[in-house]
Design a protein around this ligand. Structure first.
Ligand SMILES: [Zn+2]
Length: 318
């Protein structure tokens, strides 16, 4: 059994719920069409799309506003360069432009993109007014806190510059403790698909914290390692997990096949009990490559929440 572009649903059974993809990046309005087309084939009926105001406007004018819940990407260079005023201005814009969410991305390499020359941590007092403003406006925040464990071995040896993963997560926990009414989606399974015990603890400690399954490779590699443990986690926490891909369109060239492989691999993983199916694209982060899909065969009740109801409720649309 393998991915087949001429039979997109190969290996999948009939699905009894709609799917809401809670994390996609839309960098240009034109690029949304192929995502919509392929998404539909896999049962995706709604997107949480991270898009700039002009892209959002065009998509709304094209009549797509009931298909997309929009997130505003805050200027992360302003975090890297310690320019809190620009962050506050951006939050004001997100609010006045009726965004449903703000997005921030703190994969440690963001410091290199902007040649940051000041030490960064998420809980610096200069950033606190930004979190307060987001909280005051009741805008949920989509946050990327850290990267795969393996990257801290291969890419981030300079701990002073990048911080350890544990430190980054501790900073985030402090922000959450200081802003208890902030509603959050911590993407990529809270950056911790490698450590479900810790995710359980944080979900327990922070009732406004939700997690998503963005990054198909990372999730399938780590959560597919021990499917009994992952299934148990889903049984306990399925109301706090949102389906997501992190597909990014309009930046690099993403053809229909690229889009289809992501949806196919994730659906096969969550829904089926197929085991040891080779991931239909390379996973350069797996030292024991290739990465295999080991299906979890989640129940219809769990899929219904994880694929649709949780997102609908999170964004107050039901
Ligand atoms: Zn993303």
């Amino acid at each position: 059994m393998q991915f087949d572009f001429s039979n997109l649903l190969n290996g999948l059974s009939k699905l009894h719920t709609k799917i809401w993809d809670s994390h996609v990046h839309i960098w240009s309005a034109d690029a949304f069409e192929p995502l919509l087309k392929i998404g539909r084939k896999y049962g995706v009926h709604h997107f949480m799309g991270i898009a700039a105001p002009d892209v959002k406007k065009t998509l709304e004018e094209d009549g797509h506003d009931d298909l997309i819940t929009f997130a505003y990407y805050l200027p992360i260079d302003a975090f890297a360069k310690h320019e809190p005023e620009r962050i506050l201005t951006a939050i004001e814009e997100a609010h006045s432009e009726n965004y449903s969410m703000v997005k921030v991305w703190f994969g440690p390499r963001f410091l290199d993109f902007f040649e940051a020359d000041k030490p960064f941590s998420l809980n610096l007092p200069i950033f606190d007014p930004a979190f307060t403003l987001i909280e005051d406006y009741h805008i949920p925040m989509d946050i990327h806190v850290a990267d795969p464990d393996i990257w801290y071995i291969t890419k981030y040896q300079d701990v002073e510059r990048y911080r350890s993963k544990e430190q980054a997560l501790n900073e985030f926990r402090e922000v959450m403790r200081n802003h208890l009414s902030l509603k959050l989606i911590s993407v990529h399974f809270h950056s911790l698909p490698e450590n479900l015990k810790q995710v359980t603890q944080d979900l327990y400690d922070f009732p406004n914290l939700y997690i998503d399954t963005a990054s198909t490779k990372w999730m399938i590699r780590e959560l597919g390692n021990n499917i009994e443990r992952t299934k148990e986690f889903f049984e306990q926490h399925y109301k706090r997990i949102l389906f997501a891909t992190d597909i990014s369109v309009g930046w690099e060239d993403r053809d229909e096949k690229y889009l289809a492989t992501r949806y196919w691999a994730q659906r096969l993983f969550w829904e089926s009990n197929h085991q040891k199916i080779e991931l239909p694209f390379p996973d350069e982060d797996n030292p024991n490559s290739p990465t295999y899909i080991n299906g979890l065969n989640l129940s219809d009740k769990i899929l219904e929440h994880f694929y649709w109801k949780n997102a609908e409720k999170f964004f107050n649309l039901s």
